[in-house]
Ligand binder design. Structure first.
Ligand SMILES: Cc1ncc(C[n+]2csc(CCOP(=O)(O)OP(=O)(O)O)c2C)c(N)n1
Length: 704
C-alpha cells in the first residue's frame, strides 16, 4: 500500500492527524495486508455506492472502517443465516448517515438479502439500502437510525431489555441464555443531541455493563470542525454519567481489539470507547475535512483515493476474492457460537421445562384466550372515574397475565397511574448511590425514566425492538412533544411500542396552558401507522389496552383524562369488539337526523347534549370515536353508516378542530378548541369554552 499524500485540508490542530500517522499499521506480514485489504474493501464499497447514487456520506464509513472491521469480524456474535437469533449481539449504527458502512458489513459478512445488487442500488426506490438504515428493510438492521441521538438511546433500551431478560432467565444454571452485548458506533452529532445525555445518564445510573459504544471522534461535522460548537470534555461528561471511558486511535486495530476486550470485562458500567479517527480516511484531498462528510468524492478524487490506497480503479464495487474468503471464514467462526447456544439451549430447556415455557411466552407474547374479559371487568364502574384511573386498573389485570408487560413513567407514575403494583422498581439499591444495582433489581417491572421524556421514548422503542417485551412509557400528553421523534420512529419502524399520555386536554385545569394540550391530538394523529386511542370509559380503556398488547405493526398511543368522567350506560349485550372499529354508534338510536360524534371526555358531554335535544323532539344519534386511526381502516360502507349525512354531524373534541373536516362536510358543526387554554378549575374552563351540554345544545340549535 502506498501512503496517501495528505493534501490541503481545512482540518488543523486537533483534527489534523495525518493519514500516514493515523494508519499506523506497519504493513508487515500477510495477515496485516489482508486486513488492510478487508478494511479498504469496506471503504471503497462506500465510496463507489455514494458515487453511483450521486448522494450519500462517504467520509464517515471511510473513517469508521477499522473499528467496524474489527468489531464485526472478531467480536460481534451474530449469524447472517439466523439474523433473529435471540442471544445475538445487537449492533446499532447510530450515525445513520454512514449507512453504507453497515450495508457493506452486511454484504461482506453474508446476509443473504444484502446482495451486491442492493449495494449498487444504494438510495434507490425499492432497495434495501435506504439513505439511512431502516428497520425491516434489511436483516441485520436492528433499528432505524438517521435522526442523530436516537440510535444511541434506542440501544440503551435494548441493553436494559437484555439485563431484564437475563435477570429472569439466567439463574443458577451454568448456562445463561442471555449474555450478549449491545454495540453501537455513534458520532459527534449523536453526542451533541440532548437525547444522548438523557439516555447515557440512565445507562450509567443503572450500570448497564452490557453496553459497548464507540464514539467516532473525528472532530468534523457538516459545517466544519466540531470546535465551532462543541468543546465539552466528552470523557469527563461520560465519566460523570458513571460510564467507563477508554480513549484510542480509531485506526489502530490492535488498540481497538484491546479496548473491546477491556469493555467486555467491565460488567458494572457501560463503556464508551472514544476512538480518534479521520473522516474520509484515504482521500488525499478531503480526508479530515467536512467536505468528506456528505457528498460524493467526485470522479477525480475517487481516482486519487484509489491510487493512494493501491486500489484498482476498475471494476467499481470491487471485492477481492481473498477478502470475501476472509469475511466468510471469520463470520463462520462467530456464527458457530449461535449453534453452540442452540445446543445448550436445548439442554437447558430439558433441565428447566417450566422456565422454557415462560421463555417462549416472553418471545411470543402469548395471552390467555379471552384475556379481554377480565380487563373489561376490571374497568367497569358505575361511578365517575378518570380514564387514567381506569387504565391503572386495566394495567394491573393485564400485568397479571402478561409477564412480558413492563413500563414506567417520566417521574409521573402517581399521576399517570402506570405503576404495576407489586412489580418492584428498577433502580439502584438503597443506600448505594454510586453502586450499580444488583442483578435482582432487573427482575422488577416498573421502570423509572426520571424526567427524561426524550430518552423514555427511545428506550421504550429499544425495549420493544429487543423482542421479548411489551413496554410502555407514560407522561402528560403535553410532553409528547418531548418524545415525538421516537414516537415517529416507532410508527416508521412499525413496532408496537405503547405510549400512555394522561392529562389530555384543557380540562386538566389549574396547571394552565403550559400543561394543556390543544394541538396534540391532531398533531399525533398526523403520524402515519400508529393508533391513537382516546377512550371514554372503562370498556374503551380495556379494549385500547387489548389492542396495544396485541399489536405487531405499529405503536399505540393511549390518551387519558385527568378528570373524572360520568360512566356511559351500555346494554348488557354490548359487544366490546365494536370499540375496535374505532368509531361506533353508542346508543340505540340508529335512525337520527343528527349525529353527534365525540371522543374521550366529550362522549359523556355528547350523551347529555343528545338527551337535551331529544327532549325537544329531535332525533339524535351519538357516536363514540375512541380511535379515528382504527376508524380510518374500516370499509367505506361502515364509515358511511356511522357518520350518516356528513352535513348533519356535530363533532366535539377538546382540541384543535381542523382535522375533523376530514370526516364531515364544511357545513357540519365542529366544536373544538382553537386557542390556548387557561389556568382555572376545569368546570369553569368548560363553561368559558362552551363545553357544557347547555352550551353545545345552544350551538346546535343555532346551527341547524
Ligand atoms: C437530529 C438530527 N439533526 C440533524 C441531522 C442532519 N445531519 C446529518 S449528519 C450531521 C452532522 C453529523 O456530524 P457527525 O455526527 O460528526 O458525523 P460525521 O461528520 O462524523 O459523519 C447532521 C447535522 C440529523 N441527521 N439528525
Amino acid at each position: 500500500m502506498q501512503d496517501p499524500t495528505p493534501g490541503s485540508t481545512a482540518a488543523e490542530g486537533a483534527a489534523a492527524i495525518s493519514v500516514a500517522e493515523a494508519s499506523n499499521q506497519p504493513l508487515v506480514g500477510k495477515k496485516d495486508k489482508l486486513e488492510e485489504l478487508c478494511v479498504n474493501t469496506i471503504r471503497f464499497l462506500a465510496v463507489d455506492a455514494v458515487e453511483k447514487a450521486h448522494s450519500g456520506h462517504p467520509g464517515t464509513p471511510m473513517g469508521m472502517a477499522d473499528m467496524a472491521y474489527v468489531l464485526w469480524t472478531e467480536f460481534l456474535r451474530h449469524d447472517p443465516l439466523d439474523p433473529h437469533w435471540k442471544n445475538r449481539d445487537r449492533f446499532i449504527l447510530s450515525a445513520g448517515h454512514a449507512s453504507m458502512l453497515i450495508y457493506s458489513l452486511l454484504h461482506l459478512t453474508g446476509y443473504p438479502d444484502m446482495t451486491m445488487e442492493e449495494l449498487r442500488n444504494f438510495r434507490q426506490w425499492g432497495s434495501r439500502t435506504a439513505g439511512h438504515p431502516e428497520y425491516g428493510h434489511a436483516s441485520g438492521v436492528e433499528v432505524t437510525t438517521g435522526p442523530l441521538g436516537q440510535g444511541f438511546a434506542h440501544g440503551i433500551g435494548m441493553a436494559l431489555g437484555a439485563r431484564m431478560l437475563g435477570a429472569r432467565f439466567n439463574g443458577e444454571d451454568p448456562f445463561t441464555p442471555v449474555n450478549h452485548f449491545v454495540y453501537s458506533i455513534c458520532s459527534d452529532g449523536d453526542l451533541m443531541e440532548g437525547i444522548s445525555s438523557e439516555a447515557a445518564s440512565i445507562a450509567g445510573h443503572l450500570g448497564l455493563g452490557n453496553l459497548i459504544y464507540f464514539y467516532d471522534d473525528n472532530n468534523i461535522s457538516i459545517e466544519g470542525e466540531t470546535r465551532l460548537a462543541f468543546s465539552e470534555e466528552v470523557k469527563k461528561r461520560f465519566e460523570g454519567f458513571g460510564w467507563h471511558v477508554l480513549t484510542i486511535d480509531g485506526h489502530d486495530r490492535g488498540a481497538i481489539r484491546k479496548a473491546i476486550k477491556r469493555a467486555q470485562k467491565e460488567t458494572a458500567r457501560p463503556t464508551l470507547i472514544m476512538a480518534r479517527t479521520i473522516i474520509g480516511w484515504g482521500s488525499p484531498k478531503f480526508h479530515g475535512t467536512a467536505r468528506a462528510h456528505g457528498e460524493p468524492l467526485g470522479a477525480d478524487e475517487v481516482k486519487a483515493t484509489k491510487a493512494a490506497l493501491g486500489w484498482p480503479q476498475e471494476p467499481t464495487f470491487h471485492v477481492p476474492d481473498e477478502v470475501r474468503a476472509e469475511f466468510a471464514r471469520k463470520t463462520k467462526k462467530l456464527a458457530r457460537e449461535r449453534k453452540q447456544w442452540e445446543r445448550e439451549m436445548t439442554a437447558w430447556r430439558a433441565r428447566h421445562p417450566q422456565l422454557a415455557e415462560e421463555w417462549d411466552r416472553y418471545w411470543s407474547h402469548t395471552l390467555p384466550e379471552g384475556f379481554e374479559a377480565p380487563l373489561l371487568e376490571a374497568a367497569k364502574s358505575d361511578k365517575a372515574v378518570a380514564t387514567r384511573a381506569l387504565s391503572g386498573q386495566v394495567i394491573q389485570k393485564l400485568a397479571s397475565v402478561a409477564p412480558f408487560l413492563v413500563g414506567g413513567s417520566a417521574d409521573l407514575a402517581p399521576s399517570t397511574n402506570t405503576l404495576i403494583k407489586e412489580g418492584g422498581s428498577i433502580a439502584r439499591d438503597k443506600g448505594s448511590e454510586r453502586k450499580p444495582p444488583g442483578a435482582d433489581v432487573f427482575k422488577s417491572r416498573n421502570l423509572h425514566f426520571g424526567i427524561r421524556e426524550h430518552a423514555m421514548g427511545a428506550i421504550v422503542n429499544g425495549m420493544t425492538l429487543y423482542g421479548s417485551w411489551r413496554c410502555y412509557g407514560a407522561t402528560f400528553l403535553i410532553f409528547s412533544d418531548y418524545m415525538r421523534p421516537s414516537v415517529r420512529l416507532a410508527a416508521l419502524m412499525g413496532i408496537p411500542s405503547i405510549f400512555v399520555y394522561t392529562h389530555d386536554s384543557v380540562f386538566l385545569g389549574e396547571d394552565g396552558p403550559t400543561h394543556q394540550p390543544v394541538e396534540h391530538l391532531w398533531s399525533l394523529r398526523l403520524i402515519p401507522n400508529m393508533t391513537l386511542f382516546r377512550p371514554a370509559d372503562g370498556a374503551e380503556v380495556a379494549m385500547a389496552w387489548a389492542h396495544a398488547v396485541r399489536s405487531t405493526t405499529g405503536p399505540t398511543l393511549m390518551v387519558l383524562t385527568r378528570q373524572k368522567l360520568e360512566p356511559i350506560q351500555r346494554a348488557d349485550d354490548f359487544d366490546a369488539q365494536r370499540i375496535l372499529k374505532g368509531a361506533y354508534v353508542l346508543d340505540g338510536y340508529t335512525e337520527g337526523d343528527l349525529t353527534i360524534i365525540a371522543t374521550g371526555s366529550e362522549v359523556p358531554l355528547a350523551v347529555k347534549t343528545a338527551d337535551l335535544l331529544r327532549g325537544e323532539g329531535r332525533q339524535v344519534r351519538v357516536v363514540s370515536a375512541p380511535s379515528l386511526d382504527l376508524f380510518d381502516r374500516q370499509a367505506q360502507d361502515y364509515q358511511d353508516e356511522v357518520l350518516g349525512d356528513r352535513s348533519r354531524v356535530v363533532c366535539i373534541e377538546a382540541g384543535r378542530s381542523d382535522g375533523w373536516f376530514k370526516y364531515v362536510n364544511r357545513d357540519a358543526l365542529v366544536i373544538g378548541i382553537d386557542r390556548f387554554g387557561a389556568s382555572a378549575p376545569y368546570e369553569r374552563i368548560a363553561e368559558e369554552l362552551g363545553f357544557t351540554p347547555e352550551k353545545v345544545a345552544a350551538r346546535v340549535r343555532e346551527w341547524k
